[in-house]
Design a protein around this ligand. Structure first.
Ligand code: KIV
Length: 263
């Protein structure tokens, strides 16, 4: 997968499958799967660091995760998330953050929102760095949005979202994440754009899908929004393994003969 393949996938009608990933061990597992794209999302702040929102993520945090993923991901295409406000200060600061993420091993960056970011996106793209846009529910703006709510509901909001999507394409984004928007709006945006859309909570008509790995694996038992499908009861499976280990130790069954050094 390289940046040109995104367009090719859309033209062929082949879905793009993106999954978040934040660490080396997991990236090594993803490397040998059919997942097309790895997103090192700023959701790391929540699922890896236990913060309540993505706002505490910063460029240092994102770079550490991108570096670890890049060491394990083989030739998977890696998108690194631009953290909260990292692209809203000076252009020089923005480009420093972009440079750090790319040097850490990303092949593209993702950036939330378009209003006021058009020139920034164009400059990043002109500098040779592919940009993935992100519209709809943009978690870095949770305080402005008044919570984690579906966006683009109602005619005015839907029109604004469609215009914003066109602006992302015009600014040079090579693809666009649509988060928590009504299916019909996502379908309309997808049909109107040349670049592929990648949905999360945006229905089946987007050009691809993205999920947070911990949600897909069922590791996050107290978070189950409507749009998440769990492919594993990971939390229970992990607990069962931990309890078997605990019980083996307590009962003297671990380590066994072949699991220790005789001389
Ligand atoms: O940070 C993230 O994981 C994301 C996805 C939910 C799209 O932005």
């Amino acid at each position: 997968m390289n940046v040109l393949d995104f367009q090719a996938y859309k033209q062929k009608g082949e879905k793009i499958v993106m999954l978040t990933c934040y660490d080396y061990t997991t990236a090594r597992i993803v490397q040998d799967t059919d997942i097309d794209v790895i997103l090192v999302g700023d959701s790391a702040a929540m699922v890896m660091h236990g913060h309540a929102t993505t706002l505490p993520a910063d460029t240092d945090m994102m770079c550490r995760h991108v570096e670890a993923v890049a060491r394990g991901a083989g030739d998977k295409f890696i998108v690194g998330d631009m953290p909260f406000l990292s692209f809203r200060q000076s252009l020089a600061d923005t480009m420093r953050a972009v440079g750090r993420l790319m040097k850490a091993g990303a092949h593209a960056v993702k950036l939330e929102g378009i209003a006021g970011n058009e020139d920034t996106i164009a400059h990043i793209v002109e500098s040779g760095v592919p940009v993935m846009g992100h519209l709809g529910l943009t978690p870095q703006s949770v305080n402005q949005l008044g919570g984690y709510r579906v966006q683009g509901r109602g005619d005015d909001a839907a029109t604004a979202l469609k215009e914003a999507a066109r602006a992302c394409e015009q600014a040079g984004c090579f693809s666009l994440v649509l988060e928590c928007v009504p299916d019909a709006v996502a379908a309309h945006v997808t049909a109107a754009l040349r670049i592929p859309t990648i949905g999360i909570g945006a229905g089946v008509h987007t050009d691809g899908q993205v999920l947070v790995m911990q949600d897909l694996l069922g590791l996050n038992t107290d978070f189950k929004p409507k749009f998440v499908r769990r492919y594993l009861d990971g939390s229970q499976l992990w607990q069962e393994a931990f309890n078997r280990y605990s019980s083996d130790v307590k009962q003297g069954r671990f380590p066994a003969e072949g699991e220790s050094f005789n001389e």
